[in-house]
Design a protein. Structure first.
Length: 531
């Protein structure tokens, strides 16, 4: 078995340069060259995972099929590569320290003083190499969160420095920086990049490749200057100019020969036997530039922040490209929605998404939105909390249960149509305790979802504590709300639908986590197609 190659991606100068997109693009290109690739994220924060983080702090929490709550960059990795990530692909400082402290308590280091170097750095190195164990991958791309110079990332960089020595020719470092344009001077400035590389060098890491983020095109003289000042070969200096779409980034990297450079640096060639072509990706980008029809989708949620519903936004956009429609997304703050203003707030939208979420803020606004959509037959897609709101609205206004609610919001209600799962009742902790990851679901014969999926058995990812309460199942079905997706093991309701309407489906799971560029999720595709 060949040794896997390790690619480390770090970032300098400023945050938010799009390391996740660059890592994902490299992954896509190497995959296209015929190699097996995985991308993993190492985050320097102390939380064990982002599961308990407010989306305002950290954007969406992404969930892997094996049930890990992770950084939203893992969503980009999966959407770009189509390769499933796992528990090994998301590591935080919190996880590292937790493992080391558990070992210390067990007595694994008996007699030793536990220190950042070597104990923490060794744990980081072991985690970086975890994906190499099964021989499943030719390339392991490791993205280090944060910016060079942060106190928190120091142990990760020391681990990379050591690994470069240990892995020798099997390791390569890519550093992403920023080249600002000073309008007053009319100049592009490379000094921040030089400083950032110097900082990296002072930690003992010489980058092999520099990727320069820039708003303006960089001429060859700038690229050569950076190469000369930073000890990097001119072929290894790549520019990443702002592009209309993140999905154009792999093509732009390919045009500049980044994939060729990486392969040459590892002494490898295109793996002809398994070579895929970039043509499918090119076709996707070509279609993206040529969307003629526009549809408007209202996102009813409480987080007025692009990143909070990242995977839903991308899933809608991707579904639009596959159906030839430009999806214009309008955020509608559920906190401000009332019976009086709902018509005006939702007007002009071709379809509505009722977003996932936690807690009581904005809940009644979501129920008002569901009611309006149901009674005006506006195509509506409820996701997780959104599905629960569909159930509550139906119970209140069709089943005649005015006190219907979720036990999450009103623990005392007798009409607890959404209730805490039995397994959750004894748990008092918050972190990592939800129903997380992929579960099987059977689709009822003759249901809308069975038709849409084109199969009777699916597997989808979950992230919630509360469930449809089966004590009310008969009442719902008799009144016309079909529970068309069930967990075959415990009979939990995973999907509800109103077949009498144009498109009215709620899923307890999150289909947005498994929609990828080349394999868009059928529910999103069908939803957009019908608008
Ligand atoms: N708060 C709800 C629950 O825990 C829904 C969660 C979600 O939308 N992800 O069941």
């Amino acid at each position: 078995m060949k040794e896997p190659k390790f690619i480390f991606v770090t970032g300098g100068v400023v945050s938010s340069l799009g390391k996740g997109i660059i890592s994902s693009s490299i992954g896509r290109l190497l995959l296209t060259c015929g190699y097996r690739v995985t991308i993993q994220k190492f985050d320097p924060y102390i939380n064990i995972d982002p599961g308990t983080l407010n989306p305002y702090e950290h954007g969406e929490c992404y969930v892997t099929d094996d049930g890990v709550e992770t950084d939203l960059d893992l969503g980009h990795y999966e959407r770009f590569t189509g390769i499933r990530t796992t528990v090994h692909n998301s590591v935080t400082t919190g996880k590292i320290y937790q493992a080391v402290i558990e070992k210390e308590r067990r007595g694994d280091y008996l007699g030793k003083t536990i220190q950042v170097v070597p104990h923490i750095t060794n744990e980081i190195k072991d985690r970086i190499k975890a994906n190499a164990k099964g021989g499943e991958f030719d390339f392991i791309i490791t993205e280090i969160g944060g910016t060079i110079g942060d106190i928190e990332s120091a142990p990760f960089l020391e681990a990379i420095r050591q690994l470069r020595w240990e892995l020798g020719k099997n390791a390569l470092c890519i550093h992403l920086t920023y080249v600002p344009y000073l309008k007053a001077a009319g100049e592009l400035k490379t000094k921040p990049t030089q400083h950032s590389v110097k900082e990296l060098q002072s930690l003992g890491i010489q980058p092999d490749i520099l990727i320069l983020r820039t708003e303006k095109h960089l001429g060859p003289e700038i690229l050569h200057k950076v190469a000369a000042f930073c000890n990097v070969s001119p072929d290894g200096v790549i520019q990443s100019e702002d592009l209309p779409s993140i999905y154009e980034v792999p093509l732009n990297m390919h045009k500049q020969g980044l994939d060729q450079f990486i392969l040459a640096r590892f002494g490898m060639d295109h793996f002809e036997g398994h070579r895929q072509s970039l043509s499918q990706w090119e076709e996707f980008v070509r279609k993206e530039k040529d969307l003629r029809e526009t549809v408007k989708v209202g996102l009813v949620g409480k987080y007025d922040l692009q990143d909070a519903y990242k995977s839903i936004r991308e899933s809608l956009h991707i579904a639009g490209i596959h159906t030839g429609k430009k999806v214009e997304i309008h955020f509608i703050n559920s906190e401000h929605l009332t019976v009086e203003n709902v018509e005006a707030s939702l007007s002009g939208q071709d379809g509505i998404i009722i977003c996932p979420g936690f807690g009581s803020r904005g809940i009644e606004g979501k129920i008002v939105a569901v009611h309006y959509c149901r009674t005006h037959d506006i195509p509506t897609f409820g996701i997780c909390l959104g599905m629960q709101m569909m159930v509550i609205e139906f119970a209140r206004n069709v089943l005649g249960l005015p006190d219907a609610h979720s036990a999450e919001i009103d623990p005392e209600t007798k009409s607890n149509v959404i209730d805490l799962m039995e397994s959750q009742k004894a748990i008092s902790r918050k972190g990592g305790t939800m129903r997380l990851g992929g579960y099987a679901c059977e689709l009822a014969e003759g249901s809308c979802v069975r038709e849409i999926y084109g199969t009777d058995a699916i597997r989808e990812r979950h992230r919630h504590r509360y469930e449809f309460n089966n004590a009310f199942l008969k009442q719902f079905e008799q009144a016309g709300m079909r529970c068309s997706g069930r967990n075959p093991e415990n009979n939990l309701v995973e999907i509800v639908e109103l077949p009498s309407l144009k498109w009215f489906i709620g899923t307890q799971f999150h289909p947005e986590y498994s929609s990828t560029v080349l394999s868009p999720h059928p529910l999103f595709v069908d939803f957009i197609q019908r608008l």
